[in-house]
Design a protein around this ligand. Structure first.
Ligand code: SF4
Length: 274
């Protein structure tokens, strides 16, 4: 029997690791992180802090082939919400390759997943193997978004540092980012923004129908007038939100805990953003 818990570098999975350590110290859990090679430095820093709390290393699962390899396989088409080959090849495949020998040996594997009590259990999170059993401890214990924050604060971990400018883990160039997050990526990690721009330019030259951000290239998005427009739109949304909800004491700037809440689209991927 084996117990595994996947960390995305995000808030909820980190809180689940803390919760399991506190509430089920008897379980020998292997913590793992599937590394796309395109993660934010803040993610590695947070994983390091978490390792300190857990007192054990977090296993890094690397894809057998990197982003560039798969990009070529997909005819230079950038991944997109419609064609999400990145999660499949860079996140799910390494996990399956890691578990397969254990499952083939007849071992039962329990996988602990950070779906909260305030979230729907969505299709696709369930196991496709009868020896791989998915457990949802937060759902069972009624732990919601506020509960997750309590767990992280209580453990002295707090939120990952990228929360100062972006609320999702995952690749630097994740296409689920809102436009304001692209603007901030350019500010925070200009080299990662330039890399994304280069990928996009190459993909578009090869006939890719997708740009990273819907409806415009990053070159268009970074123009000063466009940046000003994106910022203004963001400020207006924030002001509307502030007039409706109580400010969160943990986020004094009153940015929402999930930026997608501000844009009316919840885009969460279990493997990348949990
Ligand atoms: S974080 Fe975004 S770009 Fe990276 S694998 Fe996940 S969905 Fe794809």
């Amino acid at each position: 029997m084996k117990h595994v818990l996947g960390l995305s570098g995000g808030r909820d999975s980190a809180a689940l690791a803390v919760y399991m350590r506190q509430h089920h110290p008897e379980l020998e859990i292997e913590y793992f992180f599937t590394d796309t090679g395109k993660e934010l430095p803040e993610v590695y820093e947070y994983l390091g802090r978490l390792e300190g709390f857990l007192g054990q290393p977090i296993l890094r699962l690397n894809p057998d082939r990197d982003f560039d390899f798969w990009l070529k396989q997909y005819n230079d088409f950038l991944p997109s919400p419609q064609t999400r080959w990145c999660t499949r090849q860079l996140k799910l495949r390494p996990f399956e390759r890691w578990l397969r020998p254990m499952l083939d040996d007849g071992m039962t594997v329990y996988s602990y997943v950070a779906i909260r009590s305030d979230e729907e259990y969505r299709e696709g999170y369930s196991s496709k193997h009868d020896k791989l059993i998915v457990r949802l401890p937060f759902k069972e214990a009624g732990i919601d978004k506020a509960g997750v924050l309590d767990v992280l604060e209580g453990a002295g971990l707090g939120l990952p540092r990228y929360y100062e400018w972006r609320t999702r883990s995952g690749c630097t160039f994740c296409f689920f980012q809102q436009k304001i997050e692209w603007v901030r990526l350019k500010e925070q990690h200009p080299e990662a923004f330039e890399e994304a721009k280069a990928y996009e330019k190459d993909a578009v030259e090869h006939g890719s129908p997708f740009t990273w951000s819907q409806g415009e290239s990053l070159e268009e998005l970074e123009q000063p007038e466009r940046v000003a427009q994106i910022r203004e739109d963001h400020e207006q949304r924030l002001a509307r939100m502030k007039s409706k909800v109580q400010p969160n004491p943990l986020r004094p700037d009153s940015e929402p805990l999930d930026i997608d809440d501000l844009y009316g689209k919840a885009k969460v991927c279990l493997a990348c953003h949990k």
